[in-house]
Design a protein around this ligand. Sequence first.
Ligand code: HEC
Length: 154
Amino acid sequence: MRKTILLAATLSALAFSAVAQAEDPFADAVEMRHGLMLQMATDMGKLGSMAKGEAAYDAAIAGRAASNVAAIASVLSMDQFPAGSEYQAATDSFALPAIWATQDDFLAKITDLNTAAAALKVASATDVEGLKAGMGQVGAACSACHKAYRQPEE
Ligand code: HEC
C-alpha cells in the first residue's frame, strides 16, 4: 500500500515537471542569453566609467573586462536562440522573429561583435584613448544587433 502511494506521488511529480517544461520549453535558452548579455553589459559598464573618467583608468581591470566581453561574444550562437523562442512566444523573450528569418545576417552580427571585442581587448589594455576607441566599436556592434533583432522594452 505504502509503495503504491509512493509510486503515485513519484509519477505525479514527474508528470508535473513534464507539464512545467512543456509550458515553457525555451526558459533555459532565454535565461542563458539574458545572463550572457547582462555580463557583457556589466563589463561594458566598467569600461564606460573609465572612459568617462568616473573611475581611474586601470589597464589590468580594463583588460579583464574586455576579455570577458570577448569570451562571451565567442560563446554567442544559435544555441541560445532556438527557433520558436521569439518575442511573445517565449516568456520574457525580446528576441525578434527576424533572427530566424535572416539568420545569416544575425550570425554576421555576432561575428562583428567578436571582431570588435578582440580589438577592444588589445586597445583597452594600452591606454584610455585606446579604450574609448575600442568601446565605440563594440558599442556599435551591440547596437547594430539590438536595432535589428531586439524588441525594445516598453
Ligand atoms: C548578434 C546580436 C546581438 C549582439 C551583438 C548583442 N546583443 Fe544584446 N541582445 C540581443 C537580443 C536578440 C536580445 C534580446 C534577448 C531576449 O530578450 O530574449 C538582447 C538583449 C540584451 C540585453 C537585455 C538582457 C535582459 O536581461 O533582458 C542586454 C543588457 C544586452 N543585450 C546587452 C548587450 C551588450 C552590452 C552587447 C555588446 C557588448 C550586446 N548586447 C550585443 C542581441 C544581441
